[in-house]
Design a binder for this molecule. Structure first.
Ligand code: HPA
Ligand code: ZN
Length: 332
């Protein structure tokens, strides 16, 4: 359609994509084969049949076990490169990609293999015209410290190597939000900031204590973006804080429609109209069947977006990015 072509043709940044969420069924099957692993599923259809979820928790219960096929540095490289090639076709010229080291180190994969594979793909993405960066996420349902696979131990593994540290632009927080507030990670995030890393956190759609978690992320952690964060629309004073601080929201309409049965299109467009730096992203495109352009298209259709609104969303993706101000100017 003309809208699809227009959207794919707009240069854009993707700021909320989990590399582990780009694991397509074909790739899962191929990696199982390559690594000599037994899988319950033999076909793409059988893998897709396991994709049954209607909430964040039920999604995560499918998502983490599927990652077990990722074993070697080459696996992480291939996963990220396949995403970058696909994103490029959607008009992505700049990507800040989440990864979950604890989901791998917790099952015996070396931290160095995860980060080296992903970093290799980020470097090679320059050859296809994508400026790619990594954001290291902590799993909020694991301990903040006092455990070999804690957030603190994971930050230690990064900061122990100046080279690894230079491969990451920021840290994030994902996984199961219930009873895992931003405050739990205050010390870890303070250390990451000290190390010069950018800060973002998920405040997922319609979670228990959503507003309180957004408040903590802004006022206790000092995040520069909020991933999802769409529930902020329920609290005018927090919307004002988001605007005053120039915080970006990385919204994911198709993901929302899986975990809440509502894309939150009305709320996203409301926030856009109020001057919030709202951006559109894919979250876990292999699971939600839409890469970034598909997310713009779904929102455009649902909310009857004008081309000016679509352009504004694409410009916001650079405004909310962690490009240097000079590089950002080149895109705006
Ligand atoms: N929220 C929390 N954890 C996640 C998500 C998300 O949107 N995607 C992948 N892990
Ligand atoms: Zn996410």
């Amino acid at each position: 359609s003309p809208t699809a072509e227009f959207i794919a043709g707009l240069p854009k940044a993707e700021l909320h994509v989990h590399l582990e969420g780009t694991l397509e069924p074909e790739v899962k099957l191929a990696l199982a084969e390559r690594n000599g692993l037994f899988l319950e599923q033999d076909t793409v259809e059988e893998v897709q049949a396991t994709y049954e979820f209607d909430s964040l928790a039920s999604f995560l219960a499918v998502y983490y076990p599927a990652m077990d096929v990722l074993r070697t540095e080459q696996d992480f490289y291939d996963l990220a490169m396949a995403y970058l090639v696909r994103a490029k076709a959607d008009g992505v010229v700049h990507a800040e990609m989440f990864f979950d080291p604890q989901a791998h180190t917790g099952r015996g994969v070396a931290f160095a293999d995860v980060i080296t594979g992903y970093h290799g793909a980020a470097v090679d993405a320059a050859q296809i015209g994508v400026d790619a960066h990594l954001i290291m996420c902590f799993l909020r349902d694991l301990p903040a410290d006092g455990d070999p696979n804690s957030a603190e131990a994971t930050l230690d593994a990064l900061l122990a190597s100046p080279e690894f540290t230079s491969w990451v632009i920021g840290v994030g927080l994902d996984s199961d939000e219930r009873d895992n507030p931003p405050r739990k990670f205050a010390e870890v995030f303070a250390r990451a900031r000290q190390a010069g890393l950018h800060l973002t956190m998920h405040c997922d759609i319609d979670q228990p204590d959503s507003i309180e978690h957004i408040r903590q992320a802004i006022h206790e952690i000092g995040v520069e973006r909020i991933d999802h964060g769409t529930n902020v629309v329920e609290d005018d004073s927090l919307v004002a804080d988001v605007i005053d601080r120039g915080l970006g929201l990385t919204c994911c309409p198709v993901s929302n429609s899986f975990v809440t049965e509502d894309s939150k299109a009305t709320e996203i467009v409301d926030l856009l109209g109020r001057g919030v730096t709202v951006t559109i992203n894919s979250d876990d495109p292999a699971y939600f069947a839409a890469y970034v352009a598909g997310n713009y298209e779904a929102l455009a259709q649902k909310a009857q977006l004008s081309s000016d609104q679509i352009i504004e969303l694409a410009r916001n993706s650079f405004r909310a990015s962690w490009l240097t101000d000079e590089a950002r100017e080149g895109y705006l």
